[in-house]
Design a protein around this ligand. Structure first.
Ligand code: SF4
Length: 296
């Protein structure tokens, strides 16, 4: 299995950190184009709680991100990935996208640009722009698929069909742009086989990476209301570890595993509360999932 840190070290020759940026985007699932409520689990910050202040320029956001990492890094050599994380990172006029992306990749410490977006927000002109930026520095597009199952996709109000995801992955990979697909584990109503089917499907598509995230119930979301009304449940820690074990068995070596946990904001987290102890969860994943099958 290939984990992100190892992949980045081998690819860029040093430790590489992601800096979460905020391009002040919105999302068609929130601005009324497709809907106003957003995906059922999405927080008011558009899944970008750790992203920087959008009032700052991209360069200033990068410097701020570097400063926040300074204590952790010390004197070690390292590089950074500019990550447009909040909301839909390709959903803005093309001139603005060009300015934001260009400023990010022109920063000397940035080795790649990563953009979180929706597969239905990749027009031909956006794809063309991403191709041009990809000629300067690697561009990764992170797609929030979450599930391949249409009934769950309807329930979470994802707002696009699986065919839209398939087309987007094809168009991006045909252009040499790397795709990282986000999958949520523990979505209401999904069985273990539903989740492993999603992971299998993603691994059979031309993606370069996968992010597995635990479903978090966050304050202010419609999912929180359903949870508080007792209509949905969340995974226990043991269940999550067992699901992860099955999922990582499916992921081939060529696909980089970007994440095996959730990364929700503790201040917003309602459930599952065990996931707030990130160190403990990481240790269990390290011991029980990553060494799984090695006899360690
Ligand atoms: S597409 Fe992303 S930003 Fe938009 S509502 Fe869904 S999770 Fe939030």
């Amino acid at each position: 299995m290939l984990l992100l840190n190892d992949h980045l070290k081998a690819r860029f020759g040093c430790k590489v950190y992601k800096i979460a940026l905020n391009g002040n985007f919105t999302c068609p699932n929130r601005d009324g184009t497709l809907g106003t409520g957003g995906c059922i689990f999405c927080s008011a910050g558009g899944s970008g709680e750790f992203a920087s202040d959008p009032a700052l320029s991209v360069s200033d956001q990068i410097e701020e991100g570097k400063a926040l990492l300074k204590d952790k890094i010390g004197d070690r050599e390292c590089k950074y990935i500019a990550y447009f994380q909040a909301y839909t990172g390709t959903y803005a006029p093309i001139g603005r996208l060009k300015a934001l992306y260009t400023e990010a990749v022109e920063h000397p410490d940035i080795v790649a640009l990563s953009i979180a977006t929706r597969p239905d927000c990749l027009s031909d002109e956006v794809l063309e722009l991403l191709s041009r930026i990809n000629d300067i520095k690697p561009v990764w597009v992170e797609l929030g698929l979450q599930t391949i199952h249409e009934r769950t996709a309807d329930y979470i109000r994802r707002g696009y069909g699986l065919n839209v995801y398939d087309e987007a992955v094809k168009k991006l990979s045909d252009r040499g742009i790397e795709v990282i697909t986000h999958v949520i584990l523990g979505l209401p109503g999904e069985s273990l086989s539903d989740m492993t089917e999603t992971v299998k499907y993603v691994c059979n598509s031309p993606v370069s990476g996968i992010k597995l995230q635990l479903l978090h119930v966050l304050k202010g979301t419609d999912l929180a209301r359903e949870y508080e009304e007792g209509r949905v449940r969340v995974l226990s820690e043991d269940e999550y570890i067992d699901i992860l074990k099955e999922c990582v068995k499916i992921i081939p070596e060529r696909i980089v595993i970007h994440r095996l946990t959730g990364d929700g904001d503790k201040k917003l987290l309602i459930a599952p509360l065990w996931s707030a102890d990130k160190k403990h969860v990481r240790n269990r994943i390290q011991k029980e999932v990553l060494n799984y099958g090695d006899g360690k």
